[in-house]
Write a protein that binds this ligand. Structure first.
Ligand SMILES: [Zn+2]
Ligand SMILES: [Zn+2]
Length: 763
């Protein structure tokens, strides 16, 4: 006779874990109990030692599909001679509970969904203990039907019997419902007139087949949908969304996935997971229009994750499913917003009467070889599961960056990183930000004592932070953007010792007032010191140049090569056929140091080269020029350009770009293709980074390297960087729980804001 205390950490609540444990213990004839706690699930299991061993083995092997076990700890305790196994009342610190993310429709539900004999045959809201909406329908914790938007639907007797039966797979499935008692779909014209039909979904499908663009209400908000094989419709959608080139996501059934993209077994495993993210996969030539993702080697693809999606894909196998929003505003979740905001963009909308309480975008990412899923946008399927902090913190709110904002509310070792909020430059996004901060405070019972913000004095996130502490006894701290990047990556990987941090990024306000973005640091969670970066170069008119990379090209070339070349030589070779007047204006700005920022940004360096090569001269979405430069890079090229590394008066290593630009221009003169030049440029960045890292290793004796920043979404660069650094015996760490872009900033801000770990722990 033995008894073990088993603690399971991870996503184990609201996913059918307790009934699963109960059934497993019952089958193995073991006694004890299972209960939810603030940190996961706690089990005490008693009986024959061999069978306990069997229980523990099967616990991880047969766990519910939607659960993710991060850690199991087992401790021997003394037996209590119990006879039965029971599910005990939850034990929460201060009534606190975690909230499960939304979960894609599970296999068992799909079996019923496609079974004509089942009472939920083709029921578009089918769900169970293992799947369905969670986060998106919750008003308040603990997670219970009357705290969700399902409270408006009274369960019928059949559903209630399932709900109460521990042996039923819908035991305690809060959103459980059926045709008799559940929500329903209806179809409207965009002006609000209801279409009279018994089959609104079928009618919507017909409309799309006829080439219409319609809005469809899903789990976390509306999508705008159309047939991905109908090129004139896709083109029309581009005009309507005012989105000339930014790729659209496609929804496709698993069986058709291989027809449009190349997919490895690891990629397949991820895309099929309960998160059901949009994955960037290598595009194949197929019947999907080029217009869906023009000049792009990848296609953003997701599998259906709500039951209604399966009905659409039966008739339209390749469905464009792009977030319904205008410009950079948050995703639309209400019918009223659809009617006003999409008035001239779509003709119909298919909606349902289960309210979306918390909007949630689709999560996006790609598979990084041997390292797993690399997240670009962390939302549906992830939030609001906390990410563990490396050390315990005070009650903290970090307001995050300006672009791709997320905030983080944290307490002890839990960091609740918000869903993707968006760019904090319009009132709708700002409203969403405040709404979610209030909800997070209420759900997770955290009233912050410390507010952390970015150093940039003009950022809205900074002003929000200052507003929050006004007339309150709260502490406030500003932290540098790229240091937050590096510390975020250190924290996520639980690295406590000193490491080399490389932050390659677009824009971040530097400690010296310049715009940083190619910074090398030495430091730990406690302190970071800048030790290397690209030389400072002029950014005429700031924001204006970020939108028009050709201005950056002109500015950099002028700064490096002087006035003669830009007029005589370069305008011809580089095809910089812009009004001489604009070139003159930029030159004047540089000469007179007027309306000029100085930047070491790696993103801007990529923009510059992209414009010089004539790949992208003006952008229509963030980082477009750099992305297109990556996409043309030829594989298998080993060459790189010469470069020069010097030192400045602060003893920082400085990479000078003179030789790099000269090399590129000589290649252009020699008629070398853009594809080769782009590859050589990428290789050069890796080469000088490695060079600097080797110098730093010699000086500081550190061997770990962490990579963070938006530029590392560039897969050519990231893969090469990892390979070359590992070949030189560096240990390389990247993000795997948070995006490498600014979506990771608020998590890093929390750690930095909580100050000096050593001092804190010695107190
Ligand atoms: Zn299910
Ligand atoms: Zn029912």
């Amino acid at each position: 006779m033995a008894r073990s205390l088993v603690q399971v950490k991870g996503i184990v609540q609201g996913v059918g874990f307790r009934p699963f444990v109960y059934r497993l213990a019952y089958r193995l004839n073991l006694a004890g109990f299972v209960r939810n706690t603030s940190y996961g699930v706690e089990i005490e299991i008693e009986g024959n030692a061999k069978r306990i061993k069997e229980f523990l083995k099967r616990l991880s092997l047969e766990k519910p599909v939607a659960s993710i076990i991060e850690l199991i700890t087992v401790k021997q305790i003394s037996p209590r001679r119990e006879k039965r196994f029971v599910i005990k009342q939850s034990k929460f610190a201060e009534g606190f509970t975690q909230i499960s993310p939304d979960i894609a429709t599970c296999k068992d539900c799909l079996k019923e969904f496609f079974n004509p004999a089942d009472r939920r045959f083709r029921f578009p809201f089918i769900n169970c203990t293992n799947c369905g909406p969670r986060y998106s329908i919750i008003y308040n914790t603990p997670y219970d039907r009357k705290q969700t938007s399902m409270k408006e639907f009274k369960m019928c007797l059949d559903c209630e019997n399932e709900f109460r039966d521990i042996n039923n797979r819908r035991f305690h499935a809060q959103p459980d419902c059926c045709f008799v008692c559940g929500p329903e779909f209806s179809l409207y014209r965009i002006d609000g007139r209801k279409i009279k039909t018994k089959d609104p979904i079928g009618e919507a499908i017909n409309l799309i087949k006829k080439g219409e663009i319609i809005a469809i209400k899903g789990i976390g908000g509306f999508h705008i949908a159309c047939d991905a094989t109908n090129c004139s419709t896709v083109k029309k959608l581009r005009v309507l969304k005012n989105r000339p080139t930014k790729p659209f996501a496609i929804m496709v059934n698993e069986k058709d996935l291989g027809k449009i993209v190349k997919v490895t077994s690891q990629e397949k495993k991820m895309i099929k997971s309960p998160v059901a993210p949009v994955m960037l996969l290598e595009k194949k030539k197929s019947e999907v229009c080029e217009e869906v993702a023009p000049n792009n080697p990848y296609l953003g693809v997701m599998l259906p994750y709500a039951p209604v999606h399966y009905l659409f894909l039966e008739k339209i196998p390749f469905l464009v499913m792009t977030s319904a929003n205008i410009a950079d505003e948050p995703l639309i979740k209400e019918d009223t917003e659809i009617k006003t905001k999409l008035k001239r963009k779509v003709s119909f909308y298919l909606t349902h009467n289960r309210k979306i309480i918390n909007r949630c975008d689709d999560s996006v990412g790609f598979y990084l070889k041997e390292r797993g899923f690399s997240i670009i946008r962390r939302s549906r399927g992830y939030v609001p599961v906390p990410i563990e902090l490396p050390l315990s913190v005070r009650k903290t709110l970090a307001t995050g960056p300006y672009l791709k904002n997320t905030f983080t509310l944290a307490d002890k070792k839990n960091a609740y990183v918000s869903p993707h909020i968006g760019d904090l430059d319009n009132s709708e996004t700002l409203k969403f930000f405040y709404e979610m901060v209030e909800k997070y405070k209420r759900w997770f019972k955290i009233e912050p004592e410390l507010i952390v913000h970015d150093l940039h004095p003009d950022y809205l996130s900074t002003k929000i932070a200052q507003e929050m502490v006004k007339n309150k006894n709260l502490e406030i701290k500003g932290v540098q953007h790229h240091i937050a990047h590096i510390v975020s990556c250190l924290g996520e990987n639980k690295i406590f010792e000193k490491a080399i941090g490389i932050a390659f990024d677009g824009t971040g306000y530097g400690i010296d007032g310049n715009i940083w973005g190619s910074e090398f640091f030495i430091g730990d969670l406690n302190q970071q010191k800048r030790v290397a970066h690209l030389e400072y170069l002029p950014l005429p008119g700031g924001e204006e140049s970020i939108k028009k990379p050709y201005r950056i090209a002109i500015a950099y070339l002028y700064k490096i090569f002087g006035p003669d070349l830009i007029h005589k030589d370069f305008t011809k070779i580089l095809n910089l056929n812009y009004p001489l007047k604009e070139i003159d204006t930029i030159i004047k700005m540089i000469d007179q140091n007027y309306n000029l920022a100085h930047t070491s940004s790696m993103g801007r360096f990529f923009d510059c080269v992209s414009a010089i090569l004539g790949i992208t001269r003006e952008i229509t979405y963030e980082a477009e020029a750099a992305i297109n430069l990556e996409y043309v890079a030829k594989k298998g090229i080993k060459d790189y350009y010469s470069y020069e590394i010097g030192k400045n008066i602060d003893d920082e290593f400085i990479v000078h770009i003179f030789l790099i630009l000269e090399g590129i221009i000589n290649d252009i003169k020699r008629g070398i293709s853009k594809n080769i030049i782009s590859a050589k440029f990428h290789n050069t960045v890796v080469q000088f980074s490695l060079d600097i890292a080797r110098k730093l290793r010699r000086i500081y004796g550190v061997n770990k390297v962490v990579l963070s920043g938006g530029v590392f979404q560039n897969r050519y660069l990231l893969n090469l960087m990892i390979r070359r650094f590992e070949d030189s015996d560096f240990k390389v760490f990247t993000h795997h729980k948070l995006p490498t872009n600014d979506g990771c900033i608020s998590y890093g801000q929390v750690i930095l804001g909580n100050g000096n770990w050593e001092i804190r722990s010695s107190k």
